[in-house]
Design a protein around this ligand. Structure first.
Ligand SMILES: Cc1cc2nc3c(=O)[nH]c(=O)nc-3n(C[C@H](O)[C@H](O)[C@H](O)COP(=O)(O)OP(=O)(O)OC[C@H]3O[C@@H](n4cnc5c(N)ncnc54)[C@H](O)[C@@H]3O)c2cc1C
Length: 380
């Protein structure tokens, strides 16, 4: 068993850490307040190859292994968790859907634009009445000659307002529920696709989340991903990948909160000494570090399996469940260590506490992850 990252993996992780220190940590409070990220940051990340980390070189990507990509996401999440979910949805969900299920013409058309960051990818499964029960989607796709006509509303779409390409799941046979769903790659400028208003959120405010409305949206049949009515298994297999990305985001948030708490505990003096001299604080720090390490090990194990091309639904769900609950717990402890200052926007732990919350909700809630894990345990 090998617990060391390779030299190449360390280089990429260090580069992502440097980018975070230089470009994301300065100005993070203002970005959270403005609820947006400067376009230059997306452009720079695109030029550095971060939007094509796991895409094959033939489509303009860096063709890195999953573990390398995950360590970079973790570092970016230390500085901006909103940007991290954009990158994860783009690389792990939208890009993989096209790469694994798109026709060659579609891959050649879209992947180079996505790898360069010119087109950000979005993933549209959830609907107003279909969240955890994703098979209940009502958006329809009806074939008309060489096109499909899409109608319906997709909710909570990450990068909804900035994406160039949307992976949209539609019902092609309502009666068959999960066996009647199909997936499409839809360009932003397709007539009939409109954007809803940007959602106001508790955290990850730099991420653009909004509804996507489809009104007789005419999509070429060539843009069908995989086979008709086989889209639900595409959604699930892609989500397995995305959950590793969310776990990386959660570990990065937890690490940032931990680092803030350690630094503060050494500076803050009460009763004539730094608060890190108190055993109550020391034990909190010990528990935080232990849980973060445990979460990181689960994350790296899932990413390692993915790198080897093995199925990892069980491990991805465990990593996502544990890392997201760790992020929330660690951020909460960090607020406690900072006392009243932890509750103030002036200190980053206030934002990290809010940013952590969503990691237990999207790409399958903690309850859904427990369902996936227990089903695997109990399967005959
Ligand atoms: C910021 C943000 C970004 C998002 N980005 C995207 C995106 O890019 N694309 C996309 O498709 N979706 C996205 N989502 C949607 C997200 O995946 C859903 O919110 C999530 O799957 C939960 O669905 P829901 O909100 O409808 O909650 P519900 O499914 O209504 O669940 C409500 C509660 O009931 C529980 N519950 C439901 N069913 C069960 C059950 N069988 N057993 C036990 N408990 C259950 C849930 O765990 C939860 O606690 C995003 C959400 C947010 C908040």
């Amino acid at each position: 068993m090998e617990f060391e990252l390779s030299e190449d993996q360390k280089l990429i992780k260090d580069a992502a850490r440097q980018f975070t220190e230089k470009r994301l940590i300065p100005g993070r409070t203002e970005r959270d307040e403005k609820e947006e990220l400067e376009p230059e940051i997306y452009r720079e990340l695109g030029e550095l190859g971060y939007f094509g980390m796991i895409y094959p070189e033939k489509y303009g990507g860096m063709e890195l292994d999953e573990l390398t990509y995950i360590t970079a996401l973790e570092e970016i999440a230390r500085g901006d968790a909103g940007l991290t979910i954009c990158m994860s949805v783009h690389n792990s969900l939208a890009g993989q859907a096209i790469l694994q299920y798109g026709k060659e013409s579609i891959k050649e058309k879209y992947l180079p634009k996505m790898a360069s960051g010119e087109w950000i990818g979005a993933y549209c499964l959830s609907e107003p009445e279909a969240g955890s029960d994703a098979a209940n989607i009502k958006t329809t796709a009806v074939r008309e000659g060489d096109y499909y006509l899409l109608n319906g509303t997709k909710s909570f779409v990450t990068s909804g307002g900035i994406a160039g390409i949307y992976i949209i799941f539609c019902s092609t046979d309502r009666e068959k529920r999960s066996h009647g769903i199909s997936a499409f790659a839809v360009e932003r400028d397709t007539p009939g696709l409109t954007l809803g208003a940007k959602e106001k959120k508790l955290g990850i405010k730099t991420s653009d989340t909004r509804e996507i409305i489809l009104d007789d949206c005419r999509v070429p049949a060539e843009n069908l991903l995989g086979e008709e009515n086989k889209g639900f298994s595409i959604a699930l297999s892609i989500l397995e990948h995305g959950r590793i990305g969310v776990a990386a985001q959660a570990v990065g948030i937890a690490q940032a909160a931990f680092e803030e708490a350690v630094a503060y505990s050494k500076e803050r003096k009460q009763f004539g000494q730094p608060i890190c001299n108190f055993q109550a604080i020391q034990f909190k720090l010990a528990d935080m570090a232990t849980r973060i390490n445990a979460a990181r090990l689960l994350l790296y194990k899932a990413a390692w399996l993915k790198s080897k091309g093995e199925g990892c639904r069980f491990e991805a769900s465990m990593a996502k469940l544990y890392a997201s609950e760790t992020a929330n717990w660690v951020a909460d402890q960090a607020v406690q260590i900072l006392g009243g200052y932890g509750y103030m926007k002036e200190y980053p732990v206030e934002r990290l506490f809010r940013d952590a919350r969503v990691t237990e909700i999207y790409e399958g809630t903690s309850e859904v992850q427990r369902i996936v894990i227990s089903r695997t345990i109990l399967q005959p």
